[in-house]
Ligand binder design. Sequence first.
Ligand code: MSP
Length: 506
Amino acid sequence: MKKFYITTPIYYVNDEPHIGHTYTTVAADILARWHRLLGERVFFLTGTDEHGMKIFQAAQNASQDTQKYCNEIVVHFKSAWEKMNISYDRFIRTTEKSHISSVKKVLSELHRKDELYFSSYEGLYCIGCEKFLTETDLIDGMCPDHRVKPVVHKEGNYFFKLSGYREKLINAIQNEDDPNHFEILPQGRRNEIIGKLKTGLEDISISRANLPWGILLPFDSKQTTYVWVDALINYISGINYEEDETNFKFWWPTDVHLMAKDILWFHSVIWPAILIAVGLAVPKKIFAHGYFTISGQKMSKSLGNIISPRELIDEFGEDAARFLLMGAFPFGVDGDVTLKNFKLMYNARLANNVGNLVSRVFNMVEKYLGGRIEKPAGWSDEVFKQTRLAVEEIYKKFDELLIDASQEKIIELSDFGNRYIDRQEPWNLSKKTEDTEKLKLVLYNSLMMIKELAAYLYPFIPKTSEKIWFILGEKGKMDEVISSPQEPHFLTGTSLVKPSPLFPRK
Ligand code: MSP
């Protein structure tokens, strides 16, 4: 059986989950659900990043023990994902024992293979980013993302010989025959990474001397592991790298690492180099989507312009919140979001399109056919071709990881359903006895289309989809629809359940 291993970044545990984090997580959830529908074995990993200076300081500011502090605030992410109906298979925390032992194993391997050396270093460190910045990164002497002055950091650390991987990485990205080949998507981001690699690559420090909140190096207990190296290793510890070789070998390498562009360098350069160095396979695909801005500005705690997933759920409901985030702008580019645009999209795509289709078809089947579902004797596939074409496109867009485009194709199919009804005018067909067969056919085909829609919408709006399935009285499984995309899918129920509005107008 085919496997599909997908990950989100692990989010800094002290952040309040906002719609940026939610966007990545929902996108990963949609892919996970899609691959489950395809009949694949799926492992979907998400979690929290809990070490490093940023979290240590946050706990100190809250006058709390750091581990206790993490234990208390991790629920913010867990409950946000529960509310968004995120179907992860494992939620990993970097303070878990099994993760810590995986980090130690990787570091011991790097040490044993002579990939590390000790040296002293002086640089400008941004605690918000948990990384070194150069003078040219700064604006008015401050980190452009966090708007704070970086601290001067000077100490003796262990370094990873990253510079030695420059050629290897360029080859691995560009050459499909390279044993370490991996894809960076979208294409534009791949070109940026190659361009940057071509200008040079420096060794990186992988440890800290004066930070108690981190994983101790297995070969020097006076140093802790740099939080980014610690965090990246979650992708292998999440599938039991250290304690269950069979499980690890089944899932590794990752099929898709999903994230925003801000952390692509860590994932497409530092992470593959570490993996190659320890002799592990590299991820297959690394996809970086764009950044949400609010009225043109980066969303951040310090700017106070964060939109939380809670606000969207309260306004639109959990399924619609997922749908609106995914449809906000093309997956892969940046986009600005406003509550006003979310509302417009909600009404246009969900209330007036999908919701309207279900409610009008159900009302007419109730009114003209007493709510009974029966395949008409002379059934003909008059809408079949259109459905097949849409389905082909949906598959194609999913293959290219263009999740928003896939969602849009499904909405187009729903739109086609509405136009089909407008053209066939069942309300007129119901007036003459000689049109009864035609009326039955039009309504049956409309219900068949709704059944297809429910199955294809499942990854995006799972609860609503299941509701549609239920009110259709369906007995089959959605994955039967997905796994035979070229077949007509007749209805298996005999009568409809009266629906409440799926998406009330706003
Ligand atoms: N802890 C690191 C990741 C380690 S992964 C080995 C980290 N955490 S983070 O909490 O800052 O999350 C960054 C990720 O959150 C981004 O890559 C993206 O997936 C998501 N987003 C955060 N803000 C976002 C926007 N404004 N817009 C879109 N996605 C955003 O970095």
